[in-house]
Design a protein around this ligand. Sequence first.
Ligand code: COA
Length: 258
Amino acid sequence: MPENILLEKRGRVALLTINRPDKLNALNIKTRQEMADALDELRNDDAVRVLVITGAGEKSFVAGADIAEFEGRTALQQRAVMHAKSVFTAAEAFPKPIIAMINGFCLGGGCELALSCDIRVASDKARFGQPEINLGIIPGGGGTQRLTRLVGEGKAMQMILTGEMIGAEEAYRLGLVNEVYPAAELEAKTMELANKIAEKSPIALAMAKASVKNAARMNLREGLDAEIDLFALCFSSEDKEEGVRAFLEKRKPEFKGR
Ligand code: COA
């Protein structure tokens, strides 16, 4: 049984809660491992079509890597930790959409975790930052790359070089988060969004996610070619037949994921 995460299934949506509220849900090695294991399990669970990740308590999504684990750690040890099953890479490669439900501090590895998810929905109380520079280090979980791709070099540089936090409204203005809601509405609004996505064909969702992610990895020509292949691959599914038939019959499609 995992100790640092909670996993709940609500219909087609799974909710993974990082559960170390007394440490503001800081990601220690055990928590990362448990999250990576949970992603492995959920990947093969056909009943789950969308994953929502959040932090326990009212104060924090994730306040970063567990700084206590950094003390005395050597460069080689830290490199091995980062190369071990990475939860950031696992989230990005996960074949189902992941929504980060950001309920508070979203710092360092927490911001990098949110950046590895597909959609970010924040409470108006959320605070964002890459404060690693204050520890004499830099982001190592993708922050310099994914943040830069999302908000542009100038703003990413400012956040990473100053280590200063920004509020939810500014994060929205930068495009770092998709939506901001009053804290009391965050869960309901996020689940509404998750359920809306969960109604779609899981095959089309996986193809769409993979194709959008390709935009950050490939040049335009390669990305467009790959998109045609993924688009065509959707034509091999029963879901495509169902979607087209439902449109022509003027009814709601029922996608089976086949
Ligand atoms: N790693 C380990 N422990 C952390 C942590 C982290 N990233 N962030 C918070 N905690 C712990 C604190 O040490 C404290 O533990 P304690 O009660 O045993 O002393 C507990 O969580 C509560 O945090 P606290 O600092 O008392 O809360 P606060 O409201 O005063 O401040 C923050 C909140 C987020 C501003 C502050 O905790 C902070 O700066 N955290 C580190 C953020 C960071 O640098 N992240 C990047 C890491 S690479």
